[in-house]
Design a protein around this ligand. Structure first.
Ligand code: NAD
Length: 359
């Protein structure tokens, strides 16, 4: 029996618009092939929303988001704001607000390298082969939401790094549950030798570790974790960390997957899930039709698995991406200069190849 789901698509800005079209087409094809009924709606957010309404997250988009079963998002951002930090209304406010409003407190980022892309990474293939990490980055606390201050003379500034026990506990539980269905290893990353908020973090994880005694728990300082990630990525299974540390570590980890254009992420809480590539709106290539659509397509695969529980369908999408890479098709960002048997193509041609491999 097929499932009925309502999906809100928010392409956003720049290459977000180009790649999200392919994530959506993949979901539509899966619905047709497996007799599901996916109803799509569209919403605006980011620079396009500011231009249209003056608001980076219009109420209408938020309402649609609340009524949907899952959201497929592209990216937000425009050079105008990057070059002028004083602009008060900014695209990223839309993203921060939707995360907060939907209670999306856990950001999941699977880092798994397709064998075909071993050579595309800047890390040696023998170090990378077999690496398979699932990051859990906390998303609604930390310095991002703590009080921000600037002294009257404007020469001193501070950002409050703040965590509450319940915030650590709810994401740690999700990470432990995920570890149980994987290799049963959890590494919690903090800076408990310096930060009080990290000491609370570690205390809470240590308490939960007793409940999840079937999972092996390790605690690691962020500086060491940043080093181990490139030295020996295979040692990690589930990595649990706070908002700021997770932001940095997962970008570092994107090198393991060869390109930002390959990495998908899921933000989940207790209701609607939000699925997006980890990359931004990439002004440097926006409008050129050369962006890699695979991260959006893999975000759609995550949605099928995590929000809808459709594991077979999710795996089908991942296999179609794998088959496309095996056939030698590449977008520019993952093309390997050393081998000549790769056919380098643009966004639409690459997306179309994945669809062919789905059928
Ligand atoms: P970016 O992720 O947009 O791009 C970084 C580099 O990776 C660029 O060289 C880009 O061309 C390349 N790249 C990214 N995605 C790619 C893809 N799918 N295919 C091929 N190459 C790809 O980061 P940035 O340049 O630091 O930021 C650009 C804008 O995006 C900024 O306005 C920033 O605020 C915004 N941003 C948004 C998000 C988001 O919406 N979640 C995340 C990060 C940055």
């Amino acid at each position: 029996m097929g499932v009925d789901k309502k999906i809100l698509v928010i392409p956003g800005d720049g290459i977000g618009q180009e790649v999200t079209a392919w994530g959506q087409k993949v979901l539509q094809t899966i619905a047709e092939n497996y007799k599901h009924n996916f109803v799509f709606e569209e919403g605006i957010m980011g620079h396009v929303a500011i231009e249209a309404t003056g608001n980076p997250l219009p109420d209408e988009t938020l309402e649609k988001a609340r009524k949907s079963d899952a959201i497929l998002f592209g990216a937000i951002g425009h050079a105008k704001y990057d070059n002028d930090p004083t602009l008060k209304v900014r695209p990223e406010q839309g993203l921060l607000k939707i995360r907060k409003e939907l209670g999306l407190y856990a950001n999941l980022r699977p880092i798994k390298l397709f064998d075909e892309l071993l050579e595309a990474s800047s890390i040696k293939p023998e170090i990378l082969r077999g690496a398979d990490i699932l990051f859990f980055r906390e998303l609604t606390g930390d310095v991002y939401f703590g009080e921000k201050k600037r002294s009257e003379d404007r020469n001193t500034a501070s950002d409050l790094m703040i965590y509450h026990r319940y915030e650590v506990e709810r994401i740690a539980r999700k990470a432990y549950e995920a570890a149980r269905s994987r290799r049963k290893k959890l590494c919690s990353v903090d800076k408990a030798n310096v930060l009080e908020s990290s000491r609370l973090w570690r205390e809470v994880v240590q308490e939960l570790a007793k409940e999840y005694s079937d999972v092996e728990t390790e605690h690691m300082f962020i500086d060491n974790a940043a080093m181990q990630l490139v030295k020996d990525p295979k040692r990690f299974d589930v990595v649990l960390t706070a908002n700021l540390f997770g932001d940095i570590l997962t970008d570092e980890a994107s090198q393991i997957a060869g390109s930002m254009g390959m990495l998908a992420s899921a933000s989940v809480g207790d209701s609607t899930g939000f699925y997006e590539p980890i990359h931004g709106s990439a002004h440097d290539i926006a409008g050129k039709g050369i962006a890699n659509p695979l991260a959006s397509i893999l975000s759609a695969a995550l949605m099928l698995d995590i929000s809808f529980g459709l594991k077979t369908e999710s795996l089908r999408v991942i296999k179609a991406v794998e088959a496309t890479l095996k056939q030698g098709f590449r977008t520019m960002d993952i093309a390997n200069k050393h081998t000549e048997n790769h056919l380098v193509m643009g966004t639409d041609a690459m997306g179309a190849k994945v669809l062919e491999n789905l059928n």
